[in-house]
Design a protein around this ligand. Structure first.
Ligand SMILES: Cc1cc2nc3c(=O)[nH]c(=O)nc-3n(C[C@H](O)[C@H](O)[C@H](O)COP(=O)(O)OP(=O)(O)OC[C@H]3O[C@@H](n4cnc5c(N)ncnc54)[C@H](O)[C@@H]3O)c2cc1C
Length: 468
């Protein structure tokens, strides 16, 4: 029996249907195999996209991602510089200035103000309070960028790729280019069970019956819905054109589910605020060392040592990530890759006089190089912009009930996972939230006795609560 009272399911007699192929769904598959002992061949993973990748076994024999991070921090972090100081770049009276974390003077007074804010807002603004509570443990490190956890290379190769390979080896069925279009529920008035799923694959409609013993785990919505790539010469098409059509299939299933009952949440709350959640990212490949040499000269920091660097007066609200190289295992040693994101791409640039979402990759690089006062490196670089209309949608304002619970009330064989479900005490956006939702889903639907991981609690907070 699980915490919510779901009874134990026999792993040998279930078929598990997982809608979506992101981190939420693939981690649900891992939990089903490793904790609930469901055979991989009884798991079906359906996603709209053509592939998920593959290539190595998970965990490298008993290791965890945290072990990998610690190994990298202790052994591989570029020496002799152990920590970085620069957090932002700013144009001051004497030209471009480095803003060091220590100069921000986040002292005891500011920390106390944060704790006060958290305690004050518990009733009036629980989301602010929840975020502060989750990260309270790190409050002593606000001046210290070296406490950031870093991985050796990109998260896709380190996390998604090995998990997908593991799932393939366990004979999980992958259905790519497949859209789950609808479902039937019973009873219609107040759904408790999913009884069938309809999906569209290669232009053909399929229906699969779902027995009461089977389970459906659905990722709701997607922050990458409607996302599109530009090129060095052109802007991402969906940001300037009508992206609503592109978004439709990633959110349609949730819309259909929500039509059955309000207990499945309200996707339209997030869809109707699309423009407020637009983020534009970009990746630049430099052929040759010039950019990195200039960057080290400017900041006195090696790539990969510091935090994300904010360009303080950027109209587009740009932050740069200058990672340790190579970022991709297949990357040529003569290239360097950097990336960045902008939270206000609709604004006109400071140097390039148009909105970022209308800019080609090359124009975005001109804005950044001009800000940094670097010479033009356009002939030896290529910048690819990526527009995401729903990049920060999990942060959009919402009412109680807009996000469904992982196990919607009085249902027995469906769970909702991902960034748009309600998990008390946890805070959204990073992928750990999606993984947490998957763990809750599997524990509850399979009736596992071991409760899912709890959100970490700060010792400081416990003490404060005892004092007030
Ligand atoms: C710019 C940016 C940077 C980020 N950086 C980080 C970071 O450094 N670290 C971190 O932890 N997190 C980061 N995140 C957040 C992280 O990317 C997300 O939390 C994570 O990808 C969410 O995964 P998911 O599986 O819940 O959803 P998704 O990855 O959106 O997966 C859902 C999948 O379901 C599919 N789908 C939807 N409907 C259907 C249907 N009807 N039929 C079939 N398939 C369907 C979608 O196509 C999609 O593939 C970042 C996010 C952004 C925007």
């Amino acid at each position: 029996m699980s915490k919510l009272g779901q009874s134990h399911r026999d792993p040998e007699h279930i078929q598990a249907w997982l809608i979506g192929g992101g981190i939420a769904s693939i981690s649900a598959a891992v939990h089903l195999i490793s904790e609930a002992q469901v055979s991989g061949s009884n798991i079906h993973l359906l996603d709209l996209h053509p592939s998920l990748g593959g290539g190595m076994t998970p965990g490298e024999i008993g290791g965890t991602m945290m072990d990998e991070i610690r190994r990298f921090e202790n052994v591989e972090r570029p020496q002799p510089q152990k920590s970085a100081l620069v957090r932002a770049l700013n144009h001051g009276p004497s030209g471009l200035e480095l803003v060091e974390t220590k100069s921000l003077h986040i002292g005891a007074k500011n920390r106390l103000a944060l704790v006060n804010l958290m305690l004050e807002r518990e009733a009036t603004c629980p989301r602010v309070s929840k975020n502060l509570r989750k990260y309270l443990e790190d409050i002593q490190d606000l001046n210290n960028v070296k406490t950031l956890n870093r991985t050796e290379s990109n998260l896709y190769e380190l996390i998604v790729y090995p998990i997908v390979t593991y799932l393939k080896e366990e004979d999980v069925h992958f259905h790519f280019n497949t859209e789950v279009t609808n479902l039937t529920v019973y009873p219609v008035a107040d759904p408790a069970l999913v009884t069938s799923l309809q999906f569209l694959q290669d232009g053909l409609e399929h229906t699969v019956s779902i027995n009461p013993t089977d389970i459906v785990i659905a990722t709701l919505g997607s922050t990458s819905a409607g996302a599109s790539l530009g090129t060095n010469q052109s802007s991402p098409p969906n940001l300037s054109l009508n992206w609503e059509n592109e978004v439709a299939c990633d959110w349609r299933f949730w819309q259909r589910l929500a039509q059955h009952s309000p207990k499945f949440g309200c996707p339209n709350n997030f869809l109707s605020q699309g423009l407020r959640s637009t983020v534009e990212t970009f990746t630049t490949t430099f052929h040759g060392p010039d950019f990195m040499v200039l960057y080290e000269k400017l900041t006195h920091e090696r790539p990969g040592t510091g935090a994300i660097i904010t360009l303080a007066e950027s109209n587009w609200a740009i932050s740069l990530s200058i990672p340790r190289q190579p970022v991709f295992s297949s990357q040529s040693r003569s290239t360097n890759i950097i990336s960045g994101y902008a939270l206000r791409p609709a604004n006109e640039g400071r140097f390039v006089k148009k909105p970022m979402y209308k800019c080609s990759g090359q124009e975005i690089l001109i804005e950044i190089l001009s800000f940094l006062e670097f010479p033009t490196l356009l002939s030896t670089s290529r910048t690819i912009p990526y527009g995401m209309p729903f990049g920060t949608a999990p942060f959009l304002s919402r009412r109680k009930g807009d996000r469904p619970r992982v196990i919607p009330q009085d249902t027995t064989n469906i769970a909702c996972i991902g960034q748009f479900v309600e998990i008390p005490d946890d805070t959204t956006l990073a992928m750990e939230y999606s993984v947490h939702s998957a763990q809750i889903a599997v524990t509850e639907l399979m009736g596992l006795p071991q409760p899912p991981d709890e959100v970490k609690k700060s010792l400081l907070l416990e003490v404060l609560h005892l004092m007030i």
